[in-house]
Design a protein around this ligand. Structure first.
Ligand SMILES: Nc1nc2c(ncn2[C@@H]2O[C@H](COP(=O)(O)O[C@H]3[C@@H](O)[C@H](n4cnc5c(=O)[nH]c(N)nc54)O[C@@H]3COP(=O)(O)O)[C@@H](O)[C@H]2O)c(=O)[nH]1
Length: 625
C-alpha cells in the first residue's frame, strides 16, 4: 500500500453536508479539520511507508552482513571458538580441524579449559578464559592448545570479550604455527650446528663454554677444552674421495659423542677439527685420562670403502681456571697445544703451557717483522757460484735470501722461511726474490758483465699457487730478461706432493723457457717413474750426501747412483755443500757435472759476485777434466 492509497480512502469515507451560515461555518471548520486530518494521515502514512522501507532495507542489510560474517567465520583458516560460562558454545570448521574433532558437536558444551595443556592452564585461568575483563587486555600470545587426541599444537592466540546469545562470552582466535615453529627451529639448528655431523658448531660451542665458565666458577670446578685434529685426514680425502672423507668425519663424531658424558659438548669447528667441552664434574677422572680414552677409541680400525683404516688424532687441552676464563682464549690455547701435539709426532695430546704461548708470540712477531721487511725492502739476495767441473768456470749462481733486519741484524733464511711458508707470506717473498734476481741480471747485463743463469728457490706453496706462471712471465717481461737465464730449484718433496699437478705446472713453466732443477735430491723418496716425466734439467745432490762422501761408503754409493741415474735420464748433476778438495775429487771422479759450496765460494753479497764475474774467476785443479 502506498501513501496515496491511505489518502484516497480517507477522501471517499468523509460525509458531505449542505452549506448554511452557522452550519456552513461549522461545516467549514469541520472540513478544515478533516482536511488537516487527511493531510496528517497522509503524512503519517508516508512516514510509516518510509519506516517500512527502511526496516526492509535494514533487514536485508543485516541478513547480508550475517551471511558475510558466517561465510567469513566458516572459511577463515584461523580457528574461532566461543565459550560462555567456561563451556564451548561455538566452533568454526577451522577450530574443529585444529582440535581434530571428529563430529561437529563433539566439543560443544565441553569445558574450554580442557583445550589447553595443563602447563598453560594457570596462564589461561588468570587471563582470557575466566577473567573476561582481562580477555580484552590480553595481547596476541604464543601458547599451545590440546587436540582431542591429547597432542599439543603450537598456536598464536588472541582472545576477546563478546556478547553471544545474550551472554557475556569469550571469543578465542588461534592459528596453527607448528610449521612456522619447525621452520624457525630448522633455521636455528642450521645456524648453531654443523650440517655434516649434526654436532654443535663453533658459535654454539663458544656459547656453551661462556655459560659453563661462571657455572664452574660458582661450583669451584674445572673445565677442560679439548681441541682435536685428525692426523692425515687430507690423505683420506685425496685418496678415497670426499664422500668417504665425510663418512669418516661422521664416524669420528659418533666416536667422540660416546667418549664423553651427555652433559659435555662435542662440536665440529670445520674440516677435520673437533672440539670438546668437558663440562660435567670430572671427579677422579682427569682431562688427560679422557684425552687418552679418546685417542684409544679413535685409533680403533674403521671400515672405509670396504677396507680397514686406522685413524688417529692429535689433541690439545686447555683448562679453566688454570689457563684463564675467556672462552675464545681457552679455545685458542687448546688449538696451540694441539699443534704442539702434532709437532711431537701426532697421535697424542699436550696440555697448553705458557711456553707454547711465548713461542707463538715470537712467531707472530716474526710474521709481522717479515711483512714489514717486505714493505720496507729489508730483504737482500746473496749469490753463491755454481762451477762447471769440466771447465772450472762459473756457470750459474744460486740466489739466497737474507733479511737485513734493523733490529735483528742479518737473519739467515732457515730462521724465517718456514714461518713465511706457514703464514703464506712466502708467495709475496718468492715474487720479491724473482723480481730482484731479474732486476739484478738486467743491471749486470746493462753494465756489460758476463751474466750467467741465476737459480731461485721455489717453495711448495709458491709452486702450488696458480699465479706463479703469470708472475714469472710478468717479471721476465718487466726486466727484459732472457728466460734461459732463470732456473727454478724445486725441492724433491714439493714435486712429489701432487706429482701429476707438479708435472703439468713444470711443463707450463718450461714452455716459458726457464730451466729447472730438483733440489735436495735423494732426501725425498722420489718415485722414479715420475722423475722421468719431470721436464727438469738438473738434479742437485743434497749436501748431506756430499758431507758423507769421503768417509761414508753408503753416501758415496748414493752419490754415484744419483749421478748415473741423472745421466741415464739425460740430466746434469750438481753437488751442493762441497767444502773440501776430497769431496771435489770424488765428485769429479764420479762424473758429477757441477759443484756448489764453500770450497769455491760462500754465498756473497752482490758486490762480491760482481767482482768475481767481472774478473772471470775460475776454479783450477788438476782433477778438472
Ligand atoms: N723458498 C726459498 N728458500 C730459500 C731462499 N733462499 C734460501 N732459501 C733456503 O733456505 C735454506 C738455507 O739457505 P742458506 O742459509 O742460504 O744456505 C744455503 C747455503 O748457504 C748453504 N751452503 C752452500 N754451500 C755450503 C757448504 O759448503 N756448506 C754448508 N754447510 N752450507 C752450504 O746451503 C744452502 C743452499 O741450500 P739449497 O737451496 O738446498 O741449495 C735453504 O734450504 C735454501 O734453499 C729463497 O729465496 N726462497
Amino acid at each position: 500500500m502506498t501513501p496515496s492509497d491511505f489518502s484516497n480512502n480517507a477522501a471517499v469515507d468523509a460525509p458531505r453536508a449542505p452549506p448554511s451560515t452557522v452550519a456552513s461555518r461549522s461545516l467549514l471548520r469541520e472540513r478544515a479539520a478533516r482536511k488537516e486530518a487527511e493531510t496528517l494521515l497522509e503524512q503519517k502514512s508516508r512516514e510509516l511507508y518510509d519506516i517500512n522501507q527502511n526496516l526492509r532495507r535494514l533487514n536485508t542489510h543485516i541478513e547480508e552482513s550475517e551471511a558475510r560474517y558466517r561465510t567469513l567465520v566458516e572459511l577463515i583458516p584461523d580457528a574461532i571458538w566461543i565459550h560462555t560460562d567456561g563451556r564451548i558454545v561455538f566452533m568454526n570448521p577451522a577450530a574443529l580441524h585444529l582440535f581434530g574433532a571428529r563430529a561437529g558437536d563433539e566439543l560443544l558444551g565441553t569445558a574450554a579449559i580442557d583445550r589447553v595443556p595443563p602447563e598453560s592452564r594457570a596462564q589461561m585461568a588468570e587471563g582470557t578464559y575466566h577473567d573476561i575483563a582481562a580477555a580484552q587486555l590480553m595481547p596476541r600470545s604464543a601458547l599451545q592448545v590440546l587436540r582431542c587426541d591429547g597432542e599439543p599444537v603450537d598456536v598464536e592466540y588472541f582472545g576477546c570479550r563478546i556478547w553471544f546469545n545474550n551472554a557475556d562470552s569469550v571469543m578465542s582466535v588461534a592459528h596453527d604455527v607448528t610449521e612456522r615453529r619447525l621452520h624457525e627451529k630448522a633455521i636455528e639448528h642450521q645456524a648453531t650446528h654443523d650440517q655434516l655431523t649434526g654436532l654443535p658448531n663453533r658459535a654454539l660451542f663458544l656459547d656453551r663454554l661462556a655459560h659453563a665458565i661462571p657455572r664452574a666458577e660458582r661450583r669451584k670446578e674445572r673445565i677442560a677444552v679439548v681441541f682435536l685434529d685428525l692426523d692425515k685426514f687430507k690423505q683420506v680425502n685425496d685418496t678415497l674421495g670426499h664422500a668417504i672423507g665425510d663418512e669418516l668425519l661422521r664416524t669420528v663424531a659418533d666416536t667422540l659423542r660416546h667418549c664423553v658424558r651427555d652433559f659435555d659438548t662435542v662440536a665440529r669447528l670445520g674440516g677435520d677439527e673437533f672440539v670438546l667441552l668437558l663440562d660435567s664434574p670430572l671427579g677422579d677422572t682427569t682431562p688427560g685420562m679422557i684425552a687418552e680414552r679418546i685417542g684409544a677409541r679413535l685409533a680403533r680400525p674403521v671400515m672405509l670403502a670396504g677396507q680397514e683404516h686406522v685413524i688417529t688424532g692429535s689433541m690439545g687441552l686447555s683448562l679453566f681456571p688454570d689457563d684463564g676464563n675467556d672462552p675464545e682464549n681457552l679455545l685458542r690455547q687448546a688449538d696451540i697445544a694441539m699443534y704442539r701435539a702434532k709437532e711431537a709426532g701426532r697421535n697424542g695430546f699436550q696440555f697448553f703451557t705458557q711456553e707454547m704461548q711465548s713461542r707463538l708470540d715470537a712467531r707472530v712477531t716474526l710474521e709481522r717483522g717479515l711483512l714489514r721487511a717486505l714493505e720496507r725492502d729489508e730483504f737482500v739476495l746473496h749469490y753463491q757460484p755454481q762451477v762447471d767441473l769440466a771447465s772450472g768456470r762459473i756457470v750459474g749462481l744460486e740466489a739466497l735470501l737474507r733479511w737485513q733486519s734493523p733490529e735483528l741484524g742479518l737473519v739467515p733464511p732457515m730462521q724465517f722461511i718456514p714461518v713465511a711458508e706457514e703464514s703464506n707470506l712466502i708467495t709475496a717473498i718468492g715474487t720479491w726474490v724473482l723480481d730482484k734476481a731479474c732486476a739484478t741480471l738486467r743491471a749486470w747485463r746493462d753494465a756489460g758483465l758476463p751474466v750467467v743463469p741465476v737459480a731461485v728457490n721455489v717453495a711448495a706453496s709458491q709452486f702450488a699457487h696458480q699465479d706463479l706462471e703469470a708472475t714469472l712471465r710478468g717479471v721476465l717481461e718487466k726486466h727484459g730478461v732472457d728466460p734461459a737465464l732463470i732456473e727454478f730449484e724445486l725441492t724433491e718433496s714439493l714435486s712429489m706432493e701432487d706429482p701429476e699437478a707438479s708435472i703439468a705446472m713444470m711443463h707450463r713453466l718450461k714452455a716459458i723457457g726457464i730451466a729447472m732443477a730438483i733440489d735436495d735430491f735423494g732426501t725425498g723418496y722420489s718415485n722414479l717413474s715420475y722423475l722421468k716425466r719431470f721436464p727438469v734439467d738438473k738434479l742437485k745432490i743434497d749436501q748431506s750426501f756430499t758431507r758423507g762422501l769421503v768417509n761414508d761408503a753408503e753416501d758415496r754409493s748414493i752419490v754415484t747412483a744419483v749421478i748415473r741415474l741423472a745421466h741415464s735420464l739425460g740430466l746434469r748433476t750438481i753437488a751442493e755443500g762441497v767444502e773440501t778438495e776430497g769431496q771435489l775429487r770424488l765428485l769429479a771422479a764420479q762424473g758429477c757435472d757441477e759443484i756448489q759450496g764453500y770450497y769455491f765460494s760462500r754465498p756473497l753479497p752482490e758486490a762480491g759476485i760482481v767482482a768475481m764475474l767481472r774478473d772471470g774467476v775460475t776454479m783450477t785443479l788438476d782433477v778438472l777434466r
